[in-house]
Ligand binder design. Structure first.
Ligand SMILES: *Cc1c(COP(=O)(O)O)cnc(C)c1O
Length: 321
């Protein structure tokens, strides 16, 4: 059985992140409050280092390495924000990092990961098994594999965003969180349960990839095919053992939103709040907007999870609807 991380682990992660992660701003929007009849508190992780909350979990995990682990370094497989989070954390901690990425990953992502000083190992998505390749490399080089969500130290690090939010603004009635593999949602739930026991915590997935919602209903982890959605940070096929263990205990419900709702969210953030938010980063807000009477008059936390999006793609999405 997996021993689940606790809020004490979030507190310890916050101490490790002090002076390393940005304490991201909590923004308000009078327009949003008036339009949806609630008080919104946006925790803007799009302004986090490397552009997403994933820095928190990766740095916390790498900072806990012992001397032997540090010498060999960290390895991860990801073509998204986790890759850059591990690469940057390793550089800051002075250790090597290898990131395993498909050879058709966007050039900008490859370049960004290399810029942070990581070695990128590419593989063919159609003929090679990325997990087997990563495990072999990890073994050959003695490197420690850091998964993107299903790891106690990653979950504890991700929980520090909600901790900061609630400590700054006080108790909330509801907290909406973007959900992929569940690292951010489960970490947020640990903080909310400790700091605002009455706060309902909701995970929000893309409609096409509602494996988390299905898992919560079924009472066990449900696996799905890689979903087709513009929320590329939430194209996970299943929750993890740790993340599901916390989510089933501490999360009130899981909602889904459509790609069109995500684009509406991107437009609202751009027009009204002057910020670039990636499609996945709009999941939480899109569900809060759709909540209607359920949030009227309430204090609602929204975690804006990231802002990394190719600008051509961003412009096309905004122009397309
Ligand atoms: C990874 C990611 C998510 C999903 O986080 P999980 O911990 O996998 O649930 C949401 N938004 C952004 C921007 C991400 O990079």
């Amino acid at each position: 059985m997996h021993t689940l991380p606790t809020y004490d682990d979030v507190i310890a992660a916050a101490a490790r992140l002090e002076g390393q992660a940005h304490r991201t701003p909590v923004l308000r929007s009078a327009t949003a409050d008036a339009r949806w009849g609630a008080q919104f508190f946006f925790k803007c992780e799009n302004f986090q280092r490397m552009g997403a909350f994933k820095f928190r979990g990766a740095f916390n995990a790498l900072a806990k390495f012992d001397a032997v682990q540090r010498r060999a370094g960290a390895i991860a497989f990801s073509s998204g924000n986790h890759a850059q989070a591990v690469a940057l954390s390793a550089r800051l901690l002075g250790m090597p990092a290898v990131i395993v990425m498909p050879n058709d990953a966007p050039a900008a992502k490859l370049a960004a990961t290399r810029e942070y000083g990581a070695e990128v190992v590419q593989y063919d998505r159609f003929t090679e098994d990325r997990e087997a390749l990563t495990r072999r490399l990890a073994e050959e080089r003695g490197m420690t594999l850091i998964p993107p969500y299903d790891h106690p130290d990653v979950i504890a690090g991700q929980g520090t965003a909600a901790k900061e939010l609630i400590e700054e603004v006080g108790a909330l009635d509801a907290l909406y969180v973007c959900l992929g593999g569940g690292g951010l949602t489960s970490g947020s739930a640990l903080s909310a349960r400790a700091l605002a026991p009455g706060c309902k915590v909701y995970g929000v997935e893309p409609e096409a990839g509602n494996d988390g919602q299905q898992s919560l209903r079924a009472g066990h982890i449900v696996h799905i095919e890689t979903p087709k959605t513009i929320a590329d940070g939430a194209q996970t096929q299943h929750l993890g053992e740790y993340t599901f263990g916390i989510i089933r205990r501490d999360v009130t419900d899981i909602f889904t939103v459509s790609d069109a709702q995500l684009v509406d969210g991107m437009r609202f953030f751009a027009e009204r709040m002057k910020m670039v938010v990636e499609p996945t980063g709009c999941l939480a807000f899109a569900a809060a907007c759709a909540a209607g009477e359920a949030i009227r008059g309430q204090r609602v936390g929204v975690i804006v999870s990231g802002g990394n999006v190719d600008l051509g793609r961003y412009a096309a999405l905004l122009a397309g609807s």
